[in-house]
Design a protein around this ligand. Structure first.
Ligand code: TRP
Length: 330
C-alpha cells in the first residue's frame, strides 16, 4: 500500500513559489495515492510566533490547498496539534534517537545561529517530531523540497532504530520524493533571490490572494534585461530565465517547449503572453482564496473532519507502538 504524507509550515502569505513548488504538486498526487497533508502548527512553535497569526496562517494554508485543487473528500488535510499521536510518538522516538544523529542536522545549525545555548529544546527535537509525523501514519512516500533530504534520511534511521529495538518490521522506511529545482521560483525584482513572503516589495511576488489585475500588473512590471529575445540563461539573464521557468510551470510544459514556442518572439510579447497565462491559471485560485477567507467556518470544518480521519489512521498504529513499548494499560 502507498500512502503519501507531507507537512507544510503555517507561515502566512502564500505565493507563487509555494504554489508551483509545493501545493500544486502535492495536489496532483491525490489522483494516484492516498494523501495525508498536515499543517505543522507544532513545528511552528520552534521559532518565535504570534498566536493570532498562527491561527490565521493555519487557515490560509488549508485554504491554499483547496484553492489549488485539493479535494477534501479524497485527501486528508488537518493541523498537526489536533492529532495526539504526533506528540506521544515523538517522545518514544526521542528516547531511541542518539544525540549524535541530531548534532548532524544542518537545518538546526542554520536556525539556531551563533547562540546555540539560546536555541530551544523544541528546535533541537524538530526532526524527531517530523519523523513521528511521517512514520506514525506508516507513510511510504514523502514529497518535500531538496532542503528536507537530511530530515528524511533521519526519519528512516529513526524508523529503523524502532524496528531494530523491537525486532520487527513495524514501520515502513519512508521514501523522499524530492520536488526538485525545476520549479524554484525567484523574486520578480531580483532573479538571484528566492521569491519570499518576507520580501518588503510586494512586486517581488505573486500572492495566492492577488486578483487578476494585480497578477497582470506584477508580471508586466517584473524586472527584465535589455538582451533581445527569449532565452534561458540563469547566469547572465536571471530575471528573464525566471519568467521562462514560471511560464513552463504554469503551462505544465518543459522549458525547451517554451523556448521553441517563443523562438522568434520579442521579450515584451512573451511577457504579455505570460501575463495572460498567469491570470488564466492563478485568477481562479485567487478568487477561491478570497471566497474561502470569507468562510472560515467552512475551512475549520474541513480541518476538523481531516483531524478525525487522521486520528482514525494514527490511533491503531500508536496503540501498537505503546504495547510494544511496554506501557501498561491498566
Ligand atoms: N520540515 C518541513 C519543512 O520545513 C515541514 C514538515 C514537518 C514535514 N513535518 C513534516 C515535511 C513531515 C514532510 C513530512 O518543509
Amino acid at each position: 500500500m502507498k500512502r503519501v504524507f507531507s507537512g507544510v509550515q503555517p507561515t502566512g502569505n502564500l505565493h507563487l513559489g509555494n504554489y508551483l513548488g509545493a501545493l500544486k504538486r502535492f495536489v496532483a498526487m491525490q489522483d494516484d495515492y492516498e494523501c495525508v497533508y498536515c499543517i505543522v502548527d507544532l513545528h511552528a512553535l520552534t521559532m518565535p510566533w504570534d498566536p493570532d497569526q498562527l491561527r490565521d496562517a493555519t487557515r490560509e494554508v488549508a485554504a491554499g490547498f483547496m484553492a489549488s485543487g485539493l479535494d477534501p473528500e479524497r485527501c486528508i488535510v488537518f493541523n498537526q496539534s489536533q492529532c495526539p499521536m504526533h506528540l506521544r510518538l515523538q517522545w518514544i522516538l526521542a528516547c531511541l534517537t542518539p544525540l549524535g544523529w541530531l548534532n548532524r542536522m544542518t537545518q538546526f545549525k542554520e536556525k539556531a545561529g551563533k547562540q546555540k545555548d539560546n536555541a530551544s529544546l523544541g528546535l533541537y527535537g524538530y526532526p524527531v517530531l517530523q519523523a513521528a509525523d511521517i512514520i506514525g501514519y506508516h507513510a511510504t512516500h514523502v514529497p518535500v523540497g531538496d532542503d528536507q533530504r537530511q530530515h528524511l534520511e533521519l526519519s528512516r534511521d529513526i524508523a529503523g532504530a524502532f524496528n531494530h529495538t523491537f525486532g520487527l518490521d513495524f514501520f515502513p522506511l519512508p521514501e523522499a520524493v524530492i520536488l526538485g529545482e525545476a520549479t524554484r521560483v525567484m523574486s520578480l525584482r531580483d532573479g538571484r533571490s528566492k521569491m519570499s513572503k518576507s520580501d518588503e516589495s510586494d512586486y517581488s511576488r505573486i500572492n495566492l490572494t492577488d486578483d487578476r489585475d494585480a497578477i497582470a500588473l506584477k508580471i508586466r512590471k517584473a524586472r527584465t534585461d535589455s538582451i533581445m529575445g527569449v532565452s534561458y540563461d540563469p547566469e547572465n539573464r536571471p530575471e528573464a530565465s525566471n519568467l521562462v521557468t514560471i511560464y513552463a510551470s504554469l503551462a505544465g510544459v518543459s522549458r525547451d517547449a517554451v523556448l521553441d514556442e517563443f523562438q522568434s518572439a520579442r521579450f515584451s510579447d512573451f511577457k504579455a503572453r505570460l501575463a495572460d497565462l498567469a491570470v488564466e491559471v492563478l485568477g481562479p485560485v485567487g478568487e477561491e482564496m478570497k471566497r474561502l477567507s470569507a468562510d472560515p467556518g467552512y475551512v475549520d470544518s474541513v480541518l476538523r473532519d481531516g483531524a478525525e480521519r487522521a486520528r482514525a489512521i494514527a490511533e491503531p498504529i500508536q496503540k501498537r507502538v505503546e504495547e510494544l513499548t511496554g506501557f501498561l494499560v491498566p
